[in-house]
Design a binder for this molecule. Structure first.
Ligand SMILES: *Cc1c(COP(=O)(O)O)cnc(C)c1O
Length: 396
């Protein structure tokens, strides 16, 4: 079989298994209301939780930033790409999150690779939640560390392993789990890590700007402050509405990343104008509590309505509100039916989530209105009633 025809066969197998992925071509900014093929559509799958991605102040800051700095940074941070705009953003992110320092990365994916490869090496053990983001898994593999994954949020198992196995150098967890919307059990986890003398890496991609006082993230949500051995990864492309990521931690951690993280060293710095726009979004995210209040109200509205409809809700207090459908085929059918009704919700299937737990990943944004959520519930209700009649209701 030729090389190409082997690929074609593999692609066909994905299609048969309802695992084929396709991109939708968007023709509008990230915002709830858009147009697709001349039809009005309502988006419930963006991570623009605070509705900042298309904010006029961010657009203005990006334009002003480009006038001041041009477009490209021209080089890596360690060469000549690190500007006072990047530096100011780092200082502000450190102050916001309550760590000594912060360091910008081009993406969250690269930030996680950087943390894990700089702080662990071959033979070191990493304990990680089974539902962590793919980039934490890939980082552990790149570091050639020994990865011990524990069942989701199961600290009883983690505690047992800490008693019977060599201690991990590092424990990694999402703060808010990206496909489930639940919070990591941080108070107990931080205590376990302290006892084991391990670093804790918290990936707060879906928490910063959204949960905790002033949007300060998952530790703040539990009323906790970081320890000296806590390392935070935050992304800028979700609630902050721009692009890029950062790591916050103790001074020595940040200096270590600058010396050793290859995904930091060997890549071009983000455009300085983007750093300027992010400084504005950080200020809005901190100051405008009404965005988080609006989200809270929409989450409550959605959960109330979905419960009344008997929809298979997950246990989530965040804007990530998955409906657990079960099979990939059913998740895809639901997503397509919603799309026909003008509502975008993505079907999340293996390997992004475990086999048998395919879901519709609904995300809410402060830019949604109560009427938008009502419309979503109306369409979900009609779909659910129809599938119920057909005997193909999702398992609860
Ligand atoms: C989105 C995401 C990332 C990756 O961030 P990017 O900036 O998009 O590369 C990492 N971790 C989690 C939990 C995420 O949701």
């Amino acid at each position: 079989m030729s090389t190409l025809s082997a690929l074609t066969t593999q692609l066909a197998a994905l299609e048969t298994a309802h695992l084929y992925r396709r991109r939708r071509v968007q023709d509008a900014p990230a915002q709830p209301h858009g147009n697709s093929d001349g039809r009005a559509v309502l988006n419930f799958c963006s991570n623009d939780y605070l509705g900042l991605a298309n904010h006029p102040d961010l657009i203005a800051a990006l334009q002003l930033g480009a006038a001041r700095w041009g477009v490209g940074s021209g080089a890596a941070h360690l060469v000549s790409g690190h500007t006072s705009a990047h530096h100011a953003l780092e200082t502000e992110l450190a102050a916001f999150t309550g760590y000594e320092r912060a360091l910008l990365f081009s993406t969250g994916y690269m930030a996680n690779l950087g943390i894990l490869t700089a702080l662990t090496q071959r033979g070191d053990r990493i304990a990680a939640d089974r539902l962590n983001h793919a980039s934490l898994l890939d980082g552990a593999q790149l570091a050639q560390a020994t990865l011990r994954r524990y069942p989701h949020a199961d600290l009883t198992i983690l505690r047992q392993r800490l008693l019977t196995e060599p201690p991990p150098r590092l424990i990694a967890t999402d703060g808010v789990f990206s496909m489930d919307g639940d919070l990591a059990p941080l108070p107990a986890l931080m205590e376990l890590a302290q006892d084991a003398g391990a670093w804790v890496v918290i990936d707060d991609a879906h928490a910063l700007g959204v949960v905790g006082t002033g949007g300060r993230g998952s530790l703040a949500q539990f009323g906790m402050r970081p320890a000296a051995t806590t390392i935070l990864m935050g992304t800028l492309g979700k609630a902050f509405g721009t692009f890029g990521a950062f790591v916050a931690g103790a001074d020595a951690v940040i200096e270590t990343l600058i010396q050793r993280a290859r995904s930091y060293i060997y890549t071009t710095a983000m455009p300085p104008a983007l750093a300027e726009a992010t400084r504005v979004s950080l200020r809005l995210a901190m100051q405008e509590d009404w965005r988080r209040e609006q989200l809270r109200a929409l989450i409550a509205q959605f959960r109330h309505g979905a419960t009344q409809l008997g929809l298979p809700l997950a246990d989530s207090v965040t804007p990530i509100q998955p409906l657990l459908v079960g099979s990939s085929e059913l998740a895809l059918a639901w997503s397509q039916a919603l799309e026909q009704a003008g509502i975008f919700v993505s079907a999340i299937r293996p390997p992004t989530v475990p086999v048998g737990t395919a879901r519709l990943r609904i995300t809410l944004s402060a830019a949604h209105s109560p009427a938008d959520v009502n419309r979503l519930l109306e369409v979900l209700g009609a779909q659910f009633a129809q599938r119920h009649r057909e005997g193909a209701a999702p398992e609860k």
